[in-house]
Design a protein. Structure first.
Length: 178
């Protein structure tokens, strides 16, 4: 019995401090219209280890509060972003994606608007959004059935309007009509 007590006395004390939540802002893909915020909030109901602090539709960013050291012990920040993405994608049926924040300043991005006649439902908007958002150089995109257009903020050094239109046409889009 004395040996057990001595052995226990030499063990390090458990860390009784609760893991501290950190606030981290990420780029969010899948937020192609304001009404998608409801879908995002529903997804986070299945992620109790995260608190959805804010959604910035204009910059396509989300701020989360969570304890990275507790959820992902020993992981580097880039790897934490990948692991957060895995959780968010799983909870959202793969319709939302977490990425690191953009590095190109907003004032260096070019806004491109493309009229598209096939945007008559949420699924069509998602398809158009995904076609455009997947292109290298697209920093943010939206698709609106109400307005009949796809909008993108692009890095003009990496992409252009023609590439966006080609991606939409590949999805069967009718361009130039509402």
């Amino acid at each position: 019995m004395l040996a057990i007590l001595l052995a226990l006395a030499t063990l390090p004390a458990p860390d009784d401090k609760p893991a501290k939540d950190e606030r981290v802002t990420y780029r969010l893909l899948g937020l192609f219209s304001k009404d998608r915020e409801k879908d995002l909030k529903l997804a986070f109901e299945d992620l109790p280890e995260f608190t959805l602090v804010s959604v910035d539709f204009e910059n396509a960013e989300v701020t989360l509060a969570f304890a990275p050291g507790k959820l992902f012990p020993g992981q580097k920040p880039d790897r934490v972003a990948e692991l957060v993405n895995d959780r968010v994608r799983g909870a959202s049926g793969h319709t939302f994606v977490i990425k690191p924040r953009r590095t190109v300043p907003r004032e260096k991005l070019e806004r491109v608007e493309i009229a598209a006649g096939f945007l008559d439902c949420k699924a069509c908007c998602l398809a158009a959004y995904e076609a455009v958002a997947a292109l290298d150089g697209v920093e943010q995109a939206t698709a609106s059935a109400k307005e009949g257009r796809v909008t993108a903020l692009i890095d003009p050094k990496r992409t252009d309007r023609e590439k966006l239109e080609a991606a939409l046409k590949q999805k069967g889009a009718t361009l130039g009509k509402k």
